[in-house]
Design a protein around this ligand. Structure first.
Ligand SMILES: [Zn+2]
Length: 378
């Protein structure tokens, strides 16, 4: 369990230091920490914090927390999006092409309700993740994963979650001042609990490999290490004898997620263009006009999904080389002043473009092999 007393005193310490801080870099780290502490306290699930605020929400119909969150929401927005990253017409066109390619791949049907419920247990979930990182066979990644998995104060098992995050079964918060990653898990009692926990641990690994602050690093690619590890973890679960049908649903969920995100992004762009009366043959300038941070974030997440799929394929072909590339990705700072270039991990834009057409074949290929070996029918 998180040490709430410790987090609270760190929060007070950082709040005080921010008041007197004149160095902008240091101030950024302090503010990032403050945002994390406040989120930690909101999501701690203890009566003193989450319980208290939830009770207050009921009384004041959310006004109490809305006021408290408004101030921090602005700070969070400023920290991540105030300094815009480089995005020229070529790169924007590339992102739109990746999005369209994914949206056009053969649709993988998936719904949360397809996943069968069963009673999961946190101890077993965390042990499975530990087993995965051990089995992965990379000492450096394992060392960082242990920092999360073997430190009880890094992990919170919550019954409730807040700040509009009730849909998230896992959250990670990073403390840039004291260099610590905190994860929050809210289990849903199905196979997905395993993937969520393992995914959040990887956010911690990524943070411990290299702290990446939003003023220096091109923001939007933070899911690359986690999505890569999701693919590997799904294979691991199957190799450990988890119900192959349930594992297959995790694969379908991954493809379906990217396809749905691509379609949603297309729809939102279309809608905004119609509202601007620019729907007929929109130019790249017309699209640029309707862009906002959330749309850019979605486009970058789609590119991240494809990069992850590329890394997963690299690891399947040559485990050591693939894992080296994954680590290079995590240790690297992507300059905000130029188009993000991933050729240093063997994934230049041409390769990413080709891979974006293959989203969806991932779960279908595996489904075919399950049918062969088990007579799986649906
Ligand atoms: Zn994530």
């Amino acid at each position: 369990m998180w040490n709430i007393k410790d987090i609270n005193s760190k929060k007070d310490y950082v709040t005080e230091r921010i008041k007197h801080c004149t160095d902008s870099k240091e101030k950024e780290r302090l503010e990032l920490s403050l945002i994390s502490y406040l989120a930690l306290l909101d999501n701690s699930g203890t009566l003193r914090y989450t319980g208290f605020y939830n009770a207050m929400d009921k009384i004041t119909q959310n006004k109490f927390s809305a006021k408290r969150e408004q101030e921090n929401a602005q700070l969070e927005q400023d920290l991540f999006f105030k300094e815009e990253a480089f995005l020229d017409d070529d790169y924007l066109q590339f992102l739109l092409n990746v999005c369209n390619n994914i949206a056009e791949t053969p649709y993988v049907d998936f719904d949360e309700s397809y996943i069968s419920p069963f009673d999961t247990d946190y101890k077993n979930i965390l042990e499975t993740s530990y087993g995965f990182y051990t089995d992965l066979g990379d000492q450096e990644i394992l060392e960082q994963a242990k920092k999360v998995l073997t430190d009880e104060s890094s992990i919170n098992l919550a019954k409730t979650s807040r700040r509009g995050m009730t849909d998230c079964s896992g959250l990670t918060f990073n403390d840039y001042t004291f260099g610590k990653s905190y994860i929050n898990l809210t289990k849903k009692n199905n196979i997905f609990d395993y993937q969520v926990a393992n995914h959040e641990v990887m956010h911690g690994v990524d943070f411990y490999m290299q702290n990446k602050v939003p003023s220096e690093n091109y923001y939007g690619f933070h899911e690359v290490p986690t999505y890569t590890i999701d693919y590997l973890f799904i294979d691991y679960l199957e190799s450990k004898g988890m119900d192959a049908n349930e594992v297959q649903k995790l694969r379908m969920k991954k493809d379906n997620y990217l396809q749905e995100l691509a379609k949603l992004t297309q729809t939102q762009i279309k809608g905004a263009l119609i509202r601007n009366k620019k729907y007929n043959n929109p130019t790249i300038e017309d699209i640029r006009e309707i862009l906002h941070p959330q749309l850019i974030k979605q486009l970058l997440e789609l590119q991240s999904g494809v990069i992850s799929y590329g890394l997963y394929n690299q690891i399947k072909i040559d485990k050591q080389q693939g894992l080296e590339n994954l680590k290079s990705f995590m240790k690297n700072i992507l300059p905000k002043s130029q188009t993000p270039d991933f050729s240093f991990i063997g994934l230049d834009n041409q390769t990413i473009m080709e891979l974006s057409k293959q989203i969806g074949t991932y779960s279908m290929t595996n489904e075919a092999s399950i049918q062969e070996t088990q007579g799986f029918t649906r």
